[in-house]
Design a protein around this ligand. Structure first.
Ligand code: ADP
Length: 624
């Protein structure tokens, strides 16, 4: 039994592929966590780092509170079951399971006891004396699992263990592994690209894309509250319908107007979805509207607001029928799931309605969820940089001088921002003076097996905030005061693209340099071992040179290197802010470290030095 903790974990392979970026995650003892995502998203790399088979480039991995980055695989008390489980063909099932234990010099009696126990759990007792060739695929996979069980590991790692099995076996092995987890009461970490495996087996699912965690949640929350368009469409089959739409208000009612080419279609949006918007400024704006095929249902032609659709293609799946349709006289297509007993044919006209409580709304640019967020609240606020505060509703939060030095330079003015407050960071009692109090009224209570999700209205704020609380009888209409620690709040730009406060302070990126004009009339700028050339029209002499953090641009292809004004050096650290990575470098001449705004794919964890083209026009020179 063990818990795992990932703290700012990065894995960058030789050649600079960022396989895993800034992974922060806690896996509790006895949890069944599934990593899921398309091929190449970094799942196996993560698993291999836990096993110790892959070196961690940066960050700390903890097992039971101890850093294990440098601990060898055999000392980690972890076993791994792979997709290609190689059993020894000349050995019996018993010997296959005993092999690792014999190597570890476990006494014979103990080996026997453990194998008999594992065989019992896995239903392999009758097959212990058989050779692998005399077993079915499923039985062989169970032997592979048995080999792991007998080692009594603290953590089980499973890397797509079922992908070589046929569909039927996969289904039965899925439930066998779930049962095994229950019996062994051990931490399981499972990797798969198969959404059904993830949804049916995991108690906690980590969805990854391009090495970045997209959402960590229970299967139900992932399905009902996907954090972005990627998660929304990755889980669920057929996938969620997505439409370009605009939110509109008409008196007390709200609509989404879906448009495609010249076609328009108006659908009502439930008031609770509007109350759960992260900001009312989305009303009147273009957004993405999502609705799952099963949340569109067929109705009688005479029903109010019934939408006529023409069925183009039908897929009969037995218990349900998937219909690929087009809204009549429009270019707008949609997928609808109907009851399997329904009599429909291609070309038929049917009438449908949207389950308006179950529409999903996403920001058009960042594709992040903007309504009914289960894990985080995004609250619109104003940053007053000069006054060192942030204001929202009727509250003012003071920000420290230290925080101010970490704010991205382009946000150092009065501007709108979003505060991200995790729904589980609210407390019923204040613990420090800096805790922020939220007084509100309980509007909606959603009770699930695990927790209570409460939506609260606050004075001066139109939309509600979501709060996860431990089970308790909360009454709608009740007044409540909740507290959040300032450290639990993260600040984002208005478009949800970037975190705007980095982990480290921005330095002034200044150093002294010499400028000399060469025979051709070109300025040569030298500082330390570096030299840049350009027509700056400056007289010769000593200057203070300040590099704005966006004046260096990473170049990865030789042909793109600017011959006269480029710099080549190694960066030592980085911070991922969303669209941007901030790189940090120590250059001799600079008093402090240098901060560079780079693209999200850029990384300091490459073996080779990074080349940067320099935008000379942006550099500020002042004569010394
Ligand atoms: P997944 O398990 O999600 O399919 P992986 O963790 O295997 O993804 O790979 C993540 C990324 O790292 C991919 O882009 C892959 O090409 C790259 N990668 C994996 N292993 C290596 C390696 N040994 N050397 C270089 N790149 C690798």
């Amino acid at each position: 039994m063990a818990s795992l903790k990932f703290e700012h974990i990065y894995k960058v392979y030789d050649g600079g592929v960022k396989a895993v970026s800034d992974l922060n995650l806690t896996i509790d003892d006895n949890e069944f966590v599934v990593f899921v995502g398309p091929s190449g998203c970094g799942k196996s790399t993560t698993l291999r780092m836990i096993a110790g088979l892959e070196e961690i480039t940066s960050g700390n991995l903890y097992i039971d509170g101890k850093v294990v980055n440098d601990l060898s695989p055999k000392d980690r008390d972890i076993t791994m079951v792979f997709q290609n489980y190689a059993l020894y063909p000349h050995m019996t099932v018993y010997d296959n399971m005993a092999f690792g234990l014999k190597m570890a010099k476990v006494p014979k009696e103990e080996i026997k006891k453990r194998i008999e126990n594992a065989a019992e759990i896995l239903g392999l007792t009758p097959y212990l004396s058989r050779k692998p060739t005399a077993l079915s695929g499923g039985q062989r996979q169970r032997v592979a699992l048995g080999r792991s069980i007998v080692r009594e590991p603290k953590v089980f790692l499973l890397d797509e263990p079922l992908s070589n099995l046929d569909a039927k076996l996969r289904v039965s092995m899925r439930s066998e592994i779930t049962k095994l987890h229950r019996r062994l009461q051990t931490t399981f970490v499972y990797v798969t690209h198969d959404q059904t495996e993830a949804m049916t087996m995991g108690t906690k699912i980590v969805v990854m894309k391009n090495g970045i965690v997209q959402q960590v949640d229970t299967p139900t929350n992932l399905y009902d509250h996907p954090a972005n368009v990627f998660v929304a469409t990755f889980l669920g089959s057929p996938q969620m319908n997505l439409f370009d739409a605009k939110l509109e208000q008409d008196g007390n009612d709200y609509y989404a107007v879906i448009t495609k080419n010249d076609s328009k279609f108006k659908t009502k949006i439930h008031i609770s979805t509007i109350h759960q918007l992260i900001s009312y400024s989305y009303i009147g704006k273009d957004i993405i509207l999502g609705i799952r095929p099963e949340e569109i249902f067929d109705v009688d032609e005479n029903e109010e607001d019934a939408v006529p659709v023409i069925i183009d293609v039908i897929e009969k799946l037995g218990s349900e029928i998937v219909c690929y349709c087009q809204i009549e006289n429009t270019d707008i297509s949609l997928v609808v799931k109907l009851d399997g007993r329904k009599e429909v044919r291609e070309g038929d006209k049917i009438f449908v309605k949207f389950h308006t409580r179950h529409v999903h709304l996403f920001d058009k640019d960042s594709e992040k969820r903007i309504s009914g967020i289960s894990n985080d609240n995004y609250i619109k606020a104003t940053l007053n940089y000069d006054k060192s505060n942030i204001q929202f509703a009727d509250k003012t939060i003071e920000i420290s001088e230290e925080t101010k030095t970490k704010i991205l330079p382009e946000f150092r003015k009065d501007c709108h921002i979003l505060m991200k407050i995790p729904t589980n960071s609210f407390k019923l009692k204040s613990e420090t003076d800096t805790d922020i109090a939220f007084e509100g009224k309980i509007e909606i209570v959603e009770q699930s097996k695990e927790q209570t999700l409460v939506y609260i209205s606050m004075p001066h704020k139109k939309s509600y905030i979501g709060v996860k609380l431990h089970k308790h009888d909360y009454q709608e209409g009740e007044k409540i005061t909740l507290y959040v620690a300032l450290d639990d709040i993260t600040f984002y730009d208005e478009n949800l693209q970037n975190r705007i406060v980095s982990r480290y302070a921005f330095t002034d990126n200044s150093c002294s340099c010499k400028i000399k004009t060469n025979k051709k009339g070109v300025n040569e700028i030298s500082f330390g071992k570096f030299k840049l050339k350009g027509n700056l029209g400056l007289e010769d002499g000593e200057y203070k040179m300040t590099l704005p953090y966006d004046c260096l641009h990473t170049v990865n292809k030789r042909k793109d290197v600017n011959k006269t004004s480029h710099l080549k050096f190694k960066c030592v650290n980085e911070d991922e802010l969303g669209l941007n990575t901030i790189l940090y470098a120590n250059l001799d001449n600079f008093e402090n470290y240098l901060c560079i705004k780079a693209n999200k794919e850029d990384t300091c964890f490459k073996k080779t030095k990074q080349i940067f083209n320099v935008d000379l026009d942006k550099i500020i020179f002042s004569k010394l």
